[in-house]
Design a protein around this ligand. Structure first.
Ligand SMILES: [Fe+2]
Length: 389
């Protein structure tokens, strides 16, 4: 066993083999990051050294060999996953900046005050940058945000999904920016609807519903009057409740009459809306949201764009906690675009319900003996997505 001094450990450090406190007690498994809290606890307990047969791992590639698989894309998935975890702080900052930029724009509209789009543009730059590095960055959007303004939060979150679809459709950077500026402002018209309606817990009356239905027009007008957005970004807001079958509002446009950006925005908006407005625990129902989206499918959405989104997220969306047929529990961390029923899963619990501390990733597309038997919610599994990450 090699010995390592506790005061030399850094948060996020990983070892190639499990790390032990003593002969009997493991601190973390191989390739599992040591957390700040672990180090503090060791120091508090007066433990000066830890033991491991391995060494600190700073080269992700070096650890890939530890994974047993057919070697398809698993190395990449593993590397992406490690990068995602390492990017957590950066991702959370970008998300908060986007949220704040939306909040500021909403407040300007409430006050009927002119506003610059520079904060929103910076936010979009940040999101595009982070999604280019790792398209699963949205997993960190679902932290504890009870105090956050739901209107601004929804707009920020919707923008991530809209950008992912835009990227899938090979949009150029200027097109992505226009799309994202639209989705950041998606429900800005709601700032003009009386609060008693937007906060009403019971069913809205016809009159109240009609008022809500004016929010795309109100948002469009506010963007024109108070901001300096392109027409394209404003149209996304104006048309984000139009439906492919013509049953949407405000104009009842059909199919290709609806701007493509708005057709993307409506998919992202609907997907996020199902995750929204609930307690923190209930926000984790990615699968329910995808199921609903697929159910509404051809009627409400452009199916080409919807398929692009499903191929990105898989039928069991990234972030879902799933049970496998043999009893193990895992977190979906990647999709196989051509096999949306068979995503890539990071194992959380073994078949005998022991916590998996090492980083074990299973690719259901290549491991034919395993399949998803059901989706679990956090209450049932006792695991939060944040723990699972
Ligand atoms: Fe809306």
């Amino acid at each position: 066993m090699n010995r390592f001094q506790v005061d030399k450990l850094k948060s996020g450090m990983r070892f190639s083999k499990p790390v032990y406190i003593d002969q009997n007690n493991m601190l973390v498994g191989a390739n599992v990051a040591i957390r700040e809290g672990d180090i503090k606890r060791l120091l508090k307990w007066g433990i000066r050294e830890i033991l491991s047969e391995g060494f600190p791992v700073d080269d992700i590639q070096a650890t890939i060999s530890a994974i047993k698989d057919d070697g398809t894309d698993l190395g990449q998935i593993f590397s992406d996953y490690n990068k995602l975890i390492a990017m957590r702080e950066e991702i959370e900052k970008v998300h908060l900046d986007a949220y704040n930029a939306v909040l500021k724009a909403h407040n300007s509209i409430r006050a009927n005050r002119l506003f610059a789009t520079s904060d929103l543009e910076r936010a979009v730059e940040g999101i595009i940058n982070i999604l280019n590095k790792n398209r699963n960055a949205f997993l960190f959007m679902y932290n504890d945000f009870k105090e956050w303004d739901p209107l601004a939060l929804h707009a920020a979150n919707t923008t991530y999904y809209a950008l992912l679809i835009g990227m899938r459709m090979k949009y150029t950077k200027p097109k992505l920016v226009e799309l994202a500026l639209g989705t950041l402002m998606i429900n800005s018209g709601m700032t003009q609807i009386p609060v008693y309606i937007t906060h009403k817990q019971t069913q809205l009356s016809d009159h109240e519903l009609n008022q809500v239905k004016t929010h795309p027009i109100l948002g469009y007008q506010a963007m024109k009057k108070l901001g300096n957005f392109s027409e394209k970004s404003c149209v996304i807001v104006l048309q984000h409740h139009e439906q492919y079958d013509g049953n949407g509002y405000p104009r009842g446009l059909k199919g290709m009459e609806i701007d493509e950006g708005a057709r993307i925005a409506t998919i992202a908006d609907n997907y996020e809306a199902v995750l929204e407005g609930r307690s923190y625990r209930e926000k984790q129902f990615f699968y329910q949201s995808m199921k609903q989206l697929v159910g509404l499918g051809a009627r409400k959405f452009d199916t080409v764009l919807l398929k692009a989104f499903i191929s990105l997220m898989s039928v069991y969306p990234i972030g879902s906690i799933v049970e496998l047929n043999k009893g193990g529990i895992g977190l979906v961390i990647g999709s196989n675009p051509h096999k949306p029923m068979r995503p890539i899963v990071k194992m959380i619990m073994t078949e005998s319900k022991q916590t998996v501390r090492d980083l074990v990733i299973v690719n259901l597309a290549t491991d034919q003996s395993l399949f998803i038997s059901r989706i679990l919610d956090e209450k049932e599994s006792g695991i939060t997505m944040n723990d699972a990450l």
